[in-house]
Design a protein around this ligand. Sequence first.
Ligand code: BES
Ligand code: ZN
Length: 624
Amino acid sequence: MPQNHIMKKINLLSFLVLICLTSCTDIKKEEKVSKKYAEEPHSFSKPNQAVIKHLNLDINVNFDSKQIEGTATYNITSNEASEIILDTKFLEIKNVLADNKEVKFSLGDFNKQLGKALKIPITSATKTITIHYNTTNKTEALQWLTPQQTADKTDPFLFTQGQAILTRTWIPIQDSPQIRVTYNATVKVPSSLMAVMSAENPKVKNEDGIYTFKMKQAISPYLIALSVGNIEYKAVSNRTGIYAEKSVLDKAHEEFSDMEKMVAAAENLYGDYDWEQFDVIVLPPSFPFGGMENPRLTFATPTVIAGDKSLTSLIAHELAHSWSGNLVTNATWDDFWLNEGFTVYFELRIMEALYGKDRANMLALIAKQDLEDELEGFKDSPEDTKLKLNLKGRNPDDGMNSIAYDKGYLFLRTLEETVGREKFDVFLKNYFKTHAFSTMTTEKFITYLNANLLEKNQVEFNTEEWIYKPGVPKNQSIITSDKFSNVEKVLSEFINKNRIDATITKNWTTQEWVHFIRNFPKEITVEQLTTLDTTFNLTSSTNSYIAMVWFEKAITHNYRGNNVDATIEAFLTNVGRRWYVSTIFKAYKNSSKVDEALAIYKKSRANYHSVTANTIDDMLGYKE
Ligand code: BES
Ligand code: ZN
C-alpha cells in the first residue's frame, strides 16, 4: 500500500513534469512568436500570424490616367494562420491569388488614418499571394507633376513619398516600420522618361521605358520609393552621385561635391556603409520634405541648392539615416525619436568632421532654438514633448516635430558629454552593428544603453526622465558659439543704436544670417526692417532658408516694402517643402492675416503634395 502510494506520487509527479515540459515550452514558443513584432497602432497587419518577406512588383506608370496599375506578389511565411492582412488606402483591388489560384478577399471598414485592411485567406501551405490593383486619384503618396511644375518644363514627373504610412496608398503592403522586405520591381514608364527606385538603379535611359530593379537588402515599407522623370545621372565618386533634370544637374553636382567625403566620414565614425551606393535625386520644388532617406537613393528638395554649399547638412542628415533608421529602424512611430534624434546627432558629427566645430555648433544652436519654439508651442500639451510618444488614434505625422529631432539630439549630446566622446562612439558603433537590419523599440534601446554604456562604465544618467517625461531635463548640454554671440551683439547694436556695419556681416554664413533674423526682438520697427532690406537685399535672397525666415518676420511685423508680398506669394506657389510653407502660413495666421493666407493658398495648393496640403488645410481651416 505505501509502495503503491509512492508509485502514485511518482506517477503524478512525472505527469506534472510532463505537462509542464510540454506546456511550458509551448508558452515559451508562443512568447517568442508573439514578441517578435511589437503592438502597432498604425497598421492592420498581424505579422505575428502571417508576414510578407519579399515583394515582386510589376507596375505600369500611366501619366495620362495618373494611375499606377499592376501586381504586387509577395512571398510570405505564416504561423498556422488562416489569413494574411495587408494595409491598403485608396487602392482599387481587382483580384487576389494565393499560390496562383484566385481567392475570395475582403476589405475592412475605411479608417481615415489607416485606410482599409485587405484580408486574404491562406493555408499553412500558402507560399505566395498576388494582388492585382491600381491606385486612384485619392492616392496620398504620389504626386503627379505637369511639365510646368518641373525645372526643365518639358516632361511630366512623378515621385512617391512613403513615410510615415503612405506606402499603402500606392502598394498594398504590411505597412509597419517593423516589417522588412526585399524587393524586385519591373516598372513601365513613357519612353522619354527614366524610372529610379530605392534599389539598384539605371544610370541611363533605355528605349523601351521598361526598368527592372532589385533591392536585395530588407527594408521597411516606408522606404520603398519611386521617381519617374526626364532625369540624368552624374557621378560624384564611384559610389555617390546625382540624379536631376538637365538644367539642375550641374548645379546640384557642384553643391553636393562633398558627398563622398561625407560617406567616408560617416563610415569612420560608426562603421561601414552597408548599402553600396549613395545617390541623391533632386526633385522638383514641390517635394514636401527637405530630404527623404530612401535607401541607396535619397530624395531631396532643390531648395538646398544655395550655390555655396551652405545647406548641405541635409545630405549629411539623410546619409546618417543609412544607419539610424534604415539599418536600425524605429519599431513603431511612437519610437520615431530613435530614427530622427540619432540622425540629427550623427548629422552634426559628420558636419563637424568635414567643416569643424564652429559650423556644427551653429547648427546645434539653431536646433536648440527650434526646440525651444516647439516647447513653447506645446505648452498646453506637455504629453507631446516626451521622446517616447503615444500616437494611437492619431496621424504619425503629429510626431514629426522638433521634439523627436532636437530633444532627441540634445539627449544624445548630453549623454556623449557625460560619458565622454570616446566611449560614446564605441557604444554607438556597436549599437548599429549589433542591430543592423532589425527594429528597435525605445524600451529595447534603454536596456541596451544600460548594459553597454551606463552600467559598464558605472555612470548614472537620468535616461528615463529624458525619454518619458515632458520638457527638457536640467542636465542638458550647454552649447556655445562665438559666431552666434557676435551675431547677437551686432543685432542688439542695430536695434539700440540703429547702426549696422556691412563690413562685419560681409562674411556671414547662412547660419549667422538665420540666427540674426530669427532673433529680431518683438519691438523691431518697420523702419528698421526697411533699413535691413535696403542694405542687405533680404527679400530677394536666393538662399531659400534666409528668405523663409525673413518672410516670416516681414509678415509678423507688417513689413511690406520691396514688393515682399509678391515675392512671398511666388515662393509659396513654387516651393512645396512643408517646413517652409507651414512656417510662412503660420506667420500669417499668428498675426491675424488668415484672409491673406487663404488668398494665396487657394492658388498655391494645387502645387502641393498631399502631406503639405493636409497640414495647411488643418492650419487654415481650409476645405476644398
Ligand atoms: N525622414 C525624414 C522626413 C520625414 C519624416 C518624412 C517623417 C515623413 C515623416 C527626413 O530624414 C527628414 O528629417 N527631413 C528633414 C530634413 C532634416 C535636415 C531635418 C526635412 O525634410 O526637413
Ligand atoms: Zn530625418
